[in-house]
Each structure stands twice: as C-alpha cells, then as structure tokens.
Design a protein around this ligand. Structure first.
Ligand code: CP
Length: 334
C-alpha cells in the first residue's frame, strides 16, 4: 500500500506521471474512476482551497468525501503513542485510523505543527502515526510539507514554461505579521530541485534558512536532477534573471515557539514584500504563491493583478493534481 505523505518518497518519474494524469483530467474532468470509493478528510486546521478541491475532486471522479474537523464536529484526537489521555482528546489515532479505514478507502489529514518545539514537530509524527495505524492510503493535506501544493506548482510551471530543467526558480521569504509554517517553503524547494530547476532560496538572514533535512534533501534532488540550489540574502542578486518568483513567509526556526523574540528579528524585513520594482529585475518571471495571501503585505496589488501572476492557475491545479493522486493511490489510473 502506498501513501502520499511527502514527495521525498516519490521519484521524479512517478511525480511526472501524476502531472501527466492531472493534465488529462484538466482536459476531461468527469469520470467514474472512483465510483463507490470514499475518502475521509480530517482537518485539524482551517482550509479553503484544500477542502474545496478534495471534496469536489472526489465527486468529479464518482466518489464521496467526508470532512471531519476533530475537536469541532468530531471527537478530539490524541496522536502520541503511550499517552495518558487525561486532556481534551477523547480518542486515540489508533482507533480513529482503524475505524476510518473500515469505512473509507483513503484518509487525508491536515495537521499543522504545534509551534512549540521544532525538534518534535520536525519529525512529522502526527501524519506518520496516522499512516502507521491506517490500513488504507493516507494523503498529506499539509503538515510540515505540502506535497499536493508542490504538484500544483509544478503543473502550473510546466503549463507556462514547458521544460523546467535549468530554469531559475527563486523562493523568496516575505514579510508577514507573525511566524508561519515552513511547509510550503520546504515543499517548494523539494519540488523545484526534483524537476531540475536552478533554485535560489532568498531569505533575510541565516536564521530563516529552512530545516537541514529539507535543505539536504533539496541538494540531493538537485545533484540527481542536474539542477542546483543556493541560498542568498541579497534581494537584487536573487531576482536578477529569475524565471519564477515563488513567495512564502515562514518563521525563523531558531525562534520556534517564541513569537515575541522572532518578532524582534522579522520586524526589520518588511521590504522583502514582492513588488513591481523587484519583478522588473527578473527575466519576465512568473510570480506565484500558494494562497491565502495578505495583499500589500506579502505582495503588492500590482503584482497580484499582473499578467505574470499565476497564483490562481496554481490554486485551480490543486483540483487536478489531487484527483490524479487519488486515482493513482486507488490503482485507478489508466
Ligand atoms: N494553499 C492551501 O493549502 O490553501 P488552504 O489553506 O485554503 O487549503
């Protein structure tokens, strides 16, 4: 049985196969490939795009999706092995995964990290415990990585640029009023390097470099794919000649769990917002972001409204790539 927890476990060829199927599904959205099948979608955090695209996608394939929000409309769940459950959670993931596996053919989970202790959160133990206890395929709907977003980004870039190898891809940190999850940034690095792009990670200072496990995985991807990866804190050098600018804000990991001290650091860096002046340094780059995005905080209105902004294409492509993932995990891909 195969899960979709992280693209680290999937080859470039397998991911390319998912993108090819997604492109077919985009041209021809309705079929009965998953008639009689079901997916439980567990959201421990809010969502607009992920929830809508999974629910709709399953329906377009003839199946059914059931949304559960543990702690809201479903019992709270404990994930830690051996926990003495005298807190708020009413049941353990062992039973939740077991029961949902009896009812459903797949389980999706969104579980953001706890923002208290990165040495715990970096292990991605919550989704791993679901996968351990489930007897059906599990899909990561965002934990410390966001592999569905990775696929949507790559499909979007292929649509706009064709071949991706050796294209200059800039992942830029952006300003935001509070420290956010690193998941999309981790995933952007993993995907762009796996597809052979020349990746530049632009961030204000070394404290904003991403976790070593993702930096090392991205470097390894780049070596295997013939791409490259480097880090810079120089805005002009990063934007110079870029063919893709991908923006995301995230918290500095050395200050994880301490937003007041992180604020001391980040308040100096409002100027990392993506604007037309920076975009003018690029090689007619496409701009994108996973959304949601705070306008005139992360990127200006002018950037968001420009022809080169492909964020809505990327959001649409979530639908198509997730249908490809579900069909593939169910053995229903042609
Ligand atoms: N990009 C993304 O995952 O959006 P939602 O948080 O709205 O699902």
């Amino acid at each position: 049985m195969r899960h979709f927890l992280s693209t680290v476990d999937w080859s470039h060829e397998a991911l390319d196969g998912l993108l090819a199927l997604a492109a077919d599904l985009k041209r021809s959205p309705l079929n009965d490939a998953l008639r009689g099948k079901s997916i439980a979608l567990m959201f421990l955090n809010p969502s607009m795009r992920t929830r809508t695209s999974f629910e709709l996608g399953m329906q377009q394939l003839g199946g059914i999706a059931i949304v559960l929000q543990p702690g809201k409309d479903a019992w709270g769940v404990e994930f830690a092995p051996g926990a003495v459950m005298d807190g708020d959670a009413e049941e353990h993931i062992a039973e939740v995964a077991g029961v949902l596996s009896r009812y459903c053919d797949m389980i999706g989970l969104r579980a953001f990290p706890g923002f208290k202790n990165w040495s715990d959160d970096r292990t991605d133990s919550v989704i791993k415990s679901l996968a351990q206890h489930a007897s059906v395929p599990v899909i990561n709907m965002e934990t410390i990585v966001h592999p569905c977003q990775e696929l949507a980004l790559m499909l979007t870039l292929k649509e706009h640029l064709g071949q991706l190898a050796r294209r200059k891809f800039v992942l830029t940190w952006t300003w935001h009023p509070r420290p956010l999850n690193t998941a999309v940034a981790n995933s952007a690095l993993l995907a762009a390097t796996k597809f052979g792009m020349d990746v530049t990670l632009l961030c204000p200072e070394p404290d904003y470099v991403l976790d070593t496990q993702f930096m090392e995985a991205a470097s390894s991807n780049a070596r295997a794919s013939g791409g490259s990866m480097k880090v810079t804190h120089d805005i002009e050098a990063a934007y110079d000649g870029a063919e893709v600018v991908y923006a995301k804000s995230w918290g500095a990991l050395p200050f994880y769990g301490d937003p007041e001290r992180e604020w001391e650091l980040r308040q100096k860096y409002r100027h990392f917002m993506v604007d037309e002046e920076k975009m003018s340094l690029t090689n007619h780059a496409r701009f994108s972001h996973c959304l949601p995005l705070r306008r005139n905080i992360k990127a200006t209105d002018a950037v968001m409204d420009a022809d080169y902004c492909v964020a809505l294409d990327e959001a649409e492509n979530r639908l198509h790539v997730q249908k490809a993932v579900m069909m593939t995990l169910m053995g229903a891909a042609p």
